[in-house]
Design a protein around this ligand. Structure first.
Ligand SMILES: Nc1ncnc2c1ncn2[C@@H]1O[C@H](COP(=O)(O)OP(=O)(O)OP(=O)(O)O)[C@@H](O)[C@H]1O
Ligand code: SF4
Ligand SMILES: [Mg+2]
Length: 387
């Protein structure tokens, strides 16, 4: 792997980076720090508040899962964070800092403000330090270009010292990482299956050994077996190369297997944040509970699949109070009048945006939101068990 920057030793150096003058302590711990981040589409009466006051950190070499129904703002959040958002989308507040390791000296970490970075700075960090796998692999790949050219272009642009032969060898290595034969480089996207295309996208995302890989529903369009295979491969690749990952999906049960920490989004905001095991074993927000009751459980006690009644709010209409109130089985008067902040509860480092958990509590917390459903579970992949 002489031409490759992906090797475990290199990655371990990055993870074990010693203090640098430029780095703050958190910059070494977190590859991405996002605070009070907001995004809207359009202006005036038609404005859609797609993401509102999101604060989150992604710890190095860990997986942050993002869950939520369709339209909750998941894609908008990561498109805006990576500055791939197209008009009429606008970042309307907050900031996002990518803590970039130096190529020459992995011990040096330099913060890059993605919200204000110039196009030149963005070109420097995209692919090399942060890469993204888009929701639809078919539309992300150029239909009139063979797969090999996609790899060649990325490597030629960012690794100028590599010869043509080295680029080809590197592309073959990357395909092998995701279980594809080298001859796939000669194919056009439409000649590959959905799973193969998605694997190509994952291989491309890893081409330059990024510190952070963003996956926007990479497996949603695939059958369950292929979905399982890809999730297992992703978990193995992550464990091997040590990149951090933001993984977006509707399927909270799937995230529990893969993620270290999960944020649950509803109507553009984070309503619950917890370790994957805690979130699954003891959901505390009524929406998280509803999401868990929408998918078959992985472990422990069986839960009835009831789903969530109603539909998400229209984000073009400014609402007062808790945005989940019209669908929540526990709504109180206060919920319709005041918006609950995302606040820490308990001692497990979790945060919840729900008045039921306010201190002092206005009412006893309902049993479904105070009990523990199962023993805490952690990520199980690699070697993911089937549901
Ligand atoms: N170009 C656009 N113009 C106006 N509104 C938009 C645009 N793109 C997205 N939205 C709105 O922003 C909100 C968030 O959309 P987003 O695509 O981020 O949701 P999502 O959580 O990724 O959904 P899904 O799970 O279906 O992919 C939705 O209400 C959507 O209608
Ligand atoms: S704040 Fe009220 S409406 Fe919102 S989730 Fe909590 S109980 Fe339900
Ligand atoms: Mg989306």
């Amino acid at each position: 792997m002489s031409a490759s920057r992906i090797d475990v030793g290199n990655r371990l150096d990055r993870r074990g980076a010693s203090p640098s003058r430029e780095a703050t302590p958190s910059a070494r711990d977190f590859v991405l720090e996002v605070s009070d981040f907001s995004v809207h589409y359009g202006v005036d009466a038609n404005m859609v508040r797609a993401v509102h006051d999101v604060t989150l950190n992604v710890r190095r070499a860990t997986v942050l899962g993002v869950a939520g129904e369709s339209g909750s703002g998941k894609s908008t959040l990561v498109y805006a964070l990576t500055r791939l958002l197209r008009p009429p989308g606008v970042i309307s507040g907050g900031r996002a800092i990518l803590n970039v390791s130096s190529d020459d000296d992995p011990a040096r970490v330099t913060p890059v403000n993605l919200t204000t970075a110039s196009e030149r700075e963005l070109r420097r960090v995209r692919w090399s330090h942060v890469s993204i796998v888009l929701q639809s692999a078919l539309s992300a790949l150029n239909p009139v270009r063979r797969i090999g050219r996609e790899f060649d272009e990325v490597l030629r642009t960012h690794r100028r010292a590599m010869s043509r032969r080295e680029r080809r060898r590197r592309a073959e290595e990357l395909l092998a990482l995701v279980g594809l034969e080298p001859d796939r480089l000669n194919r056009f996207p439409h000649e590959l299956s959905g799973g193969q295309r998605q694997r190509v996208m994952i291989a491309l995302a890893l081409a330059l050994d990024p510190e952070l890989v963003v996956m926007d529903e990479p497996t949603t369009a695939l059958d369950v077996v292929t979905q399982r295979e890809i999730i297992t491969e992703l978990a193995e690749l992550r464990a091997r190369f040590g990149f951090a990952m933001i993984f977006i999906t509707h399927d909270l049960s799937l995230l529990v297997e893969l993620a270290d920490e999960i944020v649950v989004m509803y109507a553009g905001t984070i309503v619950e944040r917890a370790s994957a095991g805690e979130l699954y074993a003891a959901p505390r927000h009524p929406y998280t509970l509803g999401l868990l009751e929408s998918f078959p459980p992985l472990h422990g006690e069986r839960r009835e699949l009831t789903g969530i009644a109603g539909s998400p709010p229209d984000l073009a209409v400014e609402s007062v109070g808790c945005s989940f109130a019209p669908r929540c089985p526990f709504t109180m008067d206060r919920c319709r009048a005041e918006t609950p902040p995302l606040a820490p509860i308990g001692e497990t480092g979790r945060s919840v945006a729900c008045w039921l958990h306010a201190t002092p509590s206005p009412v006893p917390v309902p049993a479904a939101l105070s009990r523990r459903w199962t023993a805490p579970v952690g990520p199980t992949a690699p070697g993911v068990t089937s549901r």
